[in-house]
Ligand binder design. Structure first.
Ligand code: SF4
Ligand code: SF4
Ligand code: SF4
Length: 260
């Protein structure tokens, strides 16, 4: 029997795009497989196992049954990795925390006929008022940010964990990478960008291709949020608009600041 660490992937509330990014490793996946045995990976194999050393989690924790499941996974794993913005931050779906379950239900089902296939008064989604990141429920040993994650960064994080090296996740803002790409700043052309507080490592693809950064990799460890707010204000956003601007991937930080 192999003595390589056993890796299992688990998905919660997510689009499974981060797991696809792992499959997209292609040849580099062989390098990863030289270091570990993958024993469960629903997107890529039929087998499953209750015995593993490293659990890689995709998705946010949403339903009561998810809480129980993630706790059991944590008990079995020596190392637990939160993979992607859903697991790391609570995902885009965390915006739903702004409203009550009843309001969300009304918005999704009453105002959008045609979505009845998943309707049900016993749908446990609506019993849970909050979407949460994995580390709000159990201890997380490492995160791989992004929506989706970057395949190469996934491989680097895994190798760093297995070899006891420092995790290769940058702690400087996306603006640094954006400026290296010699982009015109979004603020100069009418945009409202999250780049000054967002964690780099992605290479700033969104502003490079004409969009605004949405901070899908979360914030740097010590973001200059006040200075960023001042910039948003200077370029014309009201306090409410500033708050709304920060909810796509980063509503977690607003909830944390409010102590929710
Ligand atoms: S982080 Fe993005 S790509 Fe990954 S599972 Fe969540 S929504 Fe999908
Ligand atoms: S476009 Fe965004 S990421 Fe680029 S420099 Fe401006 S604020 Fe920073
Ligand atoms: S530029 Fe911003 S939104 Fe785009 S991938 Fe990077 S962190 Fe995510």
């Amino acid at each position: 029997m192999s003595d390589k660490p056993r890796v299992a992937f688990f998905d919660f509330s997510s689009c499974e795009g981060c797991q696809l990014q792992v499959i997209n490793l292609e040849e580099a996946l062989l390098d990863v497989l030289a270091l570990v045995d993958i024993v469960e990976f629903r997107e890529a194999m039929k087998e499953s196992s209750e015995e593993y050393d490293i659990a890689i989690i995709e998705g946010s924790i949403t339903r009561p049954m998810d809480v129980e499941r993630i706790k059991k996974i944590r008990e079995r794993a020596s190392i637990l990795i939160a993979m992607g913005a859903c697991a790391y931050l609570g995902g885009i779906q965390r915006m739903g925390n702004k409203w009550t379950p009843e309001e969300n239900k009304e918005e999704v089902y009453a105002r959008h006929p045609g979505s009845e296939t998943t309707k049900g008064d016993d749908n446990p989604f609506f019993e849970q008022p909050r979407h949460r990141a994995v580390d709000e429920i159990v201890k997380v040993d490492a995160v791989i940010p992004g929506c989706p994650i970057d395949s190469d960064e996934f491989a680097k994080v895994l190798v760093a964990l297995l070899t006891g090296k420092k995790l290769p996740i940058p702690d400087y803002p996306v603006c640094v990478e954006c400026k290296k790409n010699e982009n015109i700043c979004q603020f100069e052309i009418g945009g409202f960008c999250m780049g000054p507080v967002a964690r780099a490592g992605c290479g700033a693809p969104c502003p490079t291709h004409g969009g605004e950064c949405e901070a899908c990799r979360g914030y740097v460890d010590h973001p200059h949020s006040q200075a960023h707010d001042e910039v948003l204000k200077k370029y014309g956003l009201t306090a409410e608009q500033i708050m709304n601007r920060k909810t796509m991937y980063t509503y977690r930080y607003i909830e944390e600041a409010r102590g929710e």
